[in-house]
Design a protein around this ligand. Sequence first.
Ligand SMILES: NC(=O)c1ccc[n+]([C@@H]2O[C@H](COP(=O)([O-])OP(=O)(O)OC[C@H]3O[C@@H](n4cnc5c(N)ncnc54)[C@H](OP(=O)(O)O)[C@@H]3O)[C@@H](O)[C@H]2O)c1
Length: 347
Amino acid sequence: MSNGYRVAVVGATGQVGSLMLAPLRERSFPPREVVPFASERSVGRELEDGMMVRGLSEDSIRGFDLALFSAGGSISGEWAPRFAGAGAVVIDNSSRWRMQEDVPLVVSEVNPEALAGHRGIVANPNCSTMQMVVALKPIYDAAGIERLVISTYQAVSGTGRQAVEELLDQSHALLHEREISPPASYAHQIAFNALPHAGSFAAGEDHTDEERKLINETRKILGDSSIRVSATCVRVPVVNGHSEAVNVQTREPLSPERARELLRDAPGVSVLDDPAAALYPLAIDAAGADDVFVGRIRRDPGHERALDMWIVADNLRKGAALNAVQIAELLHAGSLLSARPAGTAAA
Ligand SMILES: NC(=O)c1ccc[n+]([C@@H]2O[C@H](COP(=O)([O-])OP(=O)(O)OC[C@H]3O[C@@H](n4cnc5c(N)ncnc54)[C@H](OP(=O)(O)O)[C@@H]3O)[C@@H](O)[C@H]2O)c1
């Protein structure tokens, strides 16, 4: 590969898509050209570096080596196979392809080997799952995992830009003793509240789709369907950065000290764990950072083979945009992307 890849970013004007543009150029992935796509509303808009937003059409999607998607499940369902059919490898941020058997679901630090079997589409996991498995992988390798009990405290940026604006508008109104507008992004007021309802309930379901994603995606990424998972996903009035309280029951005994050592050596993880000095991961510190932060690592007094920990990361970065770019880097390093010479269209 001599002159780099031609890369499409679909959803380039969104929260996740816009965060992929700089790392694509600045990290070790070699793009020849980056082309931003978004909805018809944004076509013709000029982004950083003078890049012009394009619309999706049979013609405009031809000639790409790689396509990074973050435009929602229905756009991925329709356009990812078309990009793949036109010769690109697609890395998709939506939930549309994640559980499909022939689609690798990859976290760069955890299961890069799954990329070898890709058939044109690779899925990026759900943000809460992503940050958790980065921290769980060294524990899984050292002692196995029998059961997880997870409570999430998820930021509103995980719902989209409109939800961030709603949180800020509601907070402003309430602080000025004004009535808030009827909630639009969530079933209830999110400002000064905690909603045990992150994601949505399908008819007859007692778990949200977000909770099901945590259960199913964790097993797929760790390649172990025997792990039992209990999940409660809660939306909290935090702008960015998901926090998670995770109880990990291992197969073999593992001390908190050994877990701390393993995590200190793990790629993509920072341990912040000195509670007496009020040092533990915080969403406001994780926002804008690439690492997954882990702290409050301690023995569960209720079980001799269980540890409790607190895991925090920027849901838009490691939870979405950064991992997508890291997958692109892995595809490049493993010769799993084939660059077409400049100027050629897809077959
Ligand atoms: N937010 C997170 O923490 C997170 C984490 C992991 C995965 N994800 C997933 O990533 C995706 C995007 O999330 P986000 O928060 O970045 O959403 P967002 O800020 O609402 O951005 C959505 C993007 O999709 C584009 N889009 C909408 N309709 C389109 C169409 N018909 N054709 C082409 N592009 C279209 C939008 O373009 P316009 O600007 O023109 O409307 C925008 O660029 C979702 O699937 C989400 O589930 C999000």
